[in-house]
Design a protein around this ligand. Structure first.
Ligand code: ATP
Ligand code: ATP
Ligand code: MG
Ligand code: MG
Ligand code: MG
Ligand code: MG
Ligand code: MG
Length: 280
């Protein structure tokens, strides 16, 4: 098709493919959420409703894109891991990044009234996004360890900080000064001796962040059983590559999956060893 004399401008659009055979991690982060959280009176240090809203938006993204196998969220950010072999939008960077960031943002806004029913939005929240490619499973594990370690460091600091302000009567400037240069053990000690807070009693959601894992339900050998709940979705078509198997060997099997929410450790081996499909 020749198209109009104007169509040549399309040629100025350059391809932006993401390297094949690499792990894609997409992270969205709230734009100016320090202000957003203040303007909408988020509970400090952790507003549970706002975190649940983030989890909801991340789940909506995973329901839309079945090639996302894992997500990790803390504060105003969420990271999504795509399976290594994904060919989503032919791995076009802008298409993937903008669509995911847009779905996340619109879900956040759309579902806001469910989680903060008495707090009307004063202005439209937005998120930035980036995609980073990692060559190995080890790098992917270290990426998620980095985010979870960050969750811990921030939460420890914020918990003592807000105890000093809300219970200790310090100004925010004083509280920052009190904490300057303190190591982790000093913060634990200060929290316990001055405010009676035992850090390990704090909700694992705050200490560990939110982990959404796509779990596969082993296919039924015979009958096509209806999913038990609306949370279950159909994904990956295995055996779809006609060159890999003789035609009669295997039918296209729709593997059903569901998304599990966890607030556990992912820095150690246990999490990954129990879920080898995440890095395959
Ligand atoms: P940028 O646009 O550069 O990301 P930002 O203001 O969003 O700037 P971040 O480093 O992303 O800065 O930090 C997000 C901030 O949002 C946190 O420091 C915290 O003040 C606030 N925040 C996010 N989620 C919550 C929550 N659930 N409860 C309380 N405060 C929150
Ligand atoms: P993709 O996700 O690849 O963009 P798409 O379905 O959005 O797929 P587009 O090429 O962007 O495909 O086309 C958008 C389509 O949306 C139009 O072809 C038309 O069918 C529909 N559409 C958009 N705006 C309107 C409108 N105002 N009135 C009627 N139809 C509309
Ligand atoms: Mg930032
Ligand atoms: Mg932010
Ligand atoms: Mg942030
Ligand atoms: Mg269009
Ligand atoms: Mg379109």
């Amino acid at each position: 098709m020749a198209g109009s004399k104007f169509a040549y401008v399309k040629n100025f659009e350059l391809p932006d493919p993401l390297l094949p055979g690499t792990f894609m991690v997409l992270r969205v982060d709230g734009h100016a959420f320090h202000r957003l959280s203040e303007e909408h009176n988020f509970t400090k240090p952790n507003d549970e409703r706002a975190l649940q809203l983030m989890d909801h938006a991340a789940r909506d993204v995973m329901n839309e894109f079945k090639d996302i196998v894992l997500a990790f969220g803390e504060s105003d950010e969420f990271s999504f891991l795509f399976r290594k072999s994904t060919t989503l939008y032919n791995r076009r960077q802008a298409k993937i990044l903008t669509t995911v960031t847009s779905i996340f943002t619109s879900s956040y806004v759309y579902n806001w009234p469910k989680y903060l029913p008495n707090t009307p939005l004063k202005y439209p929240p937005s998120f930035d996004g980036r995609i980073v490619l990692y060559p190995s499973a080890k790098d992917v594990r270290n990426y998620f360890s980095w985010r979870q370690a960050d969750t811990h460091i921030n939460n420890l600091y914020n918990t003592v900080f807000w105890a000093l302000v809300l219970q200790g009567g310090e100004t925010t400037t004083q509280a920052h000064a009190t904490l300057r240069g303190t190591v982790s053990s000093t913060k634990h000690e200060m929290m316990f001796s001055r405010f009676g807070i035992n850090y390990t009693d704090i909700s694992p959601r705050y200490r560990k962040g939110s982990i959404l894992v796509r779990m596969e339900i082993p296919p039924e050998p015979e009958a096509d059983v209806e999913p038990a709940s609306g949370k279950i979705s159909e994904v990956i078509e295995s055996g779809a590559d006609p060159t890999s198997k003789p035609k009669t060997a295997k039918k296209n099997v729709k593997i059903r999956t569901f998304i599990e929410l966890l607030h556990c450790d992912l820095i150690g081996d246990e999490f990954w060893e129990a879920r080898p499909h995440l890095l395959s």
